[in-house]
Design a binder for this molecule. Structure first.
Ligand code: FAD
Ligand code: DHB
Length: 423
């Protein structure tokens, strides 16, 4: 690798983000300077897109602001729909998933002293979901990408995307303390809700639809066997609780807490006691307790950006939409977006037609809004609203009894949960 002290070409320096004008610019280090598709963000959306594009011989570069260890260990989602599993397999990342993923054919709803299991295959014509943590999805995709020698740069923070209305959008990013430039034919923002790509689109082009919720989740990871062999979603007057898992030895558990709660307000014993109360139902087992190895508070919000593209810039995953986690949809939507996008790029390469790229936003938004609605429904049906009245509580219970008592309502729930709907 050669270092050069020669001044950067004027077009590089001129385009610098204002915050970065004082940083040295080095254009001689042989990092990629041009690519077909510049991908911002190495979460599930960016990584899966890169694998699918590379699999079709389409050149791309992934820029990730965090280091590899951080990206691989961020605790997040745990439930994969069948279509996500299929996409991961198609990308080459199915091997460990098929070995270690746990197929689930149902979930249990607990409410009003009652336990009701919703059986997915019988209600949907065969659909099921898989427990396989986002951390593992990300590790698998990163390992494949690096093994292929495909460009994936960690600690490469995109600062801005410029020329979004031109045929040559440019990503300015910081790597090794220097500002660099990546010229692209297309840019895909997979950089999450707080990323820069969406903000680089000119004002007035995008519309944001959003809702926030007056509660949050306290999520923990514990070295304790799961209390039950499927997930439990529990409605209680003290607030929602969810019992999930990562393996036969590791539980993932969530409690509804007030928005902005400090995790320090929840010592271990308080968490376990509260989980016991909220997850209790007639004849249910008590949780086995174990060391808590991670805890964090997650805000709850719904948000959709429309359209999900502008010119040669596309938004995918959390960069385009957020769901509250109750429906387990965030990661699955991210995967669905990039499957559509990868197909559209392949169509462009093979047929020379941008028709699928042009339709990207409309194609994705059908599924996005269905998932938004289901996530909103799950959230507002299962959580105790701080200003909720006894009337509101009765409406929630009525809805849950309806799922338990009507095959039709249960099928609607199961189709949404497993993603077995068209759109
Ligand atoms: P992300 O996973 O957010 O990836 C975006 C990537 O872009 C990150 O690696 C980030 O570091 C990088 N990035 C950001 N800005 C830049 C930049 N300027 N330059 C370069 N890189 C950048 N869903 C569920 O279904 N269940 C859950 O329990 C659940 N828990 C969650 C907990 C948290 C704290 C969060 C934030 C989300 C959670 N979700 C959950 C949602 C789910 O994890 C997301 O929907 C999923 O991660 C979306 O993937 P993504 O690739 O679109 O975005
Ligand atoms: C998990 C997260 C969710 O948001 C959910 O609805 C189900 C499971 C999990 O992390 O395992």
């Amino acid at each position: 690798m050669t270092m050069s002290s020669s001044p950067a070409p004027p077009d590089d320096t001129d385009a610098l983000h204002p915050r970065e004008r004082t940083l040295p610019v080095d254009t001689a280090i042989p990092l990629p300077r041009r690519t077909r598709v510049g991908i911002v963000g190495a979460g599930p959306a960016g990584l899966l897109l890169a694998r699918l594009l590379n699999g079709n011989g389409i050149d791309c570069v992934v820029l990730e602001s965090r280091d590899r260890a951080y990206a691989e260990h961020r605790q997040r989602a745990g439930i994969l729909e069948q279509s996500t599993v299929d996409a991961l397999r198609a990308s080459g990342a199915g091997e460990r998933l098929d070995r270690e993923g746990i197929a689930h054919d149902g979930v249990e709803l607990r409410f009003d002293g009652r336990s009701h299991r919703v059986d997915f295959p019988s209600l949907t014509g065969g659909s099921r979901v898989w427990v396989y943590a986002q951390t593992e999805v990300v590790k698998d995709l990163i390992a494949l990408q690096l093994a292929d020698g495909a460009p994936l740069l960690f600690e490469a923070e995109a600062l801005s995307v410029e020329g979004v209305d031109t045929a040559r959008p440019v990503i300015h990013y910081r790597h090794d303390g220097r500002v660099r430039t990546l010229e692209c034919d297309y840019v895909v923002g997979c950089d999450g809700f707080h990323g820069v790509t969406r903000r680089s689109v000119p004002q007035g082009v995008l519309t944001s639809y959003e809702r926030t919720y007056p509660y949050a989740w306290l999520g923990i990871l514990a070295d304790a066997p799961p209390v039950y062999d499927e997930l439990i979603y529990a409605h209680s007057s003290r607030g929602f609780a969810l019992a999930s898992m990562r393996s036969p030895e590791v539980s993932r558990l969530y409690l509804q807490v007030p928005g902005g709660e400090d995790p320090a307000a929840w010592p271990d014993e308080r968490i376990w006691d509260e989980l016991d109360v909220r997850l209790a139902s007639a004849g249910s087992r008590k949780l086995e307790r174990g060391p808590i190895t991670a805890r964090s508070v997650l805000p709850m919000r719904s948000q959709v950006t429309e359209p999900m593209s502008h010119g040669r810039v596309f938004l995918a995953g959390d960069a385009a939409h957020i769901v509250p986690p109750t429906g387990a949809k965030g990661l699955n939507l991210a995967a669905a977006d990039v499957v559509v996008l990868a197909r559209a790029f392949e169509h462009l390469e093979r047929e020379g037609s941008s028709e699928l790229l042009d339709a990207y936003s409309d194609t994705c938004l059908r599924r996005v809004w269905r998932a938004e609605h289901f996530s909103y429904f799950m959230t507002t049906t299962l959580h105790a609203h701080p200003d909720g009245s006894p009337f509101d509580n009765r409406l929630q219970l009525s809805q849950l009894h309806r799922i338990a008592d009507s095959r039709h309502a249960a099928a609607e729930f199961a189709e949404n949960y497993t993603g077995a709907f068209s759109g």
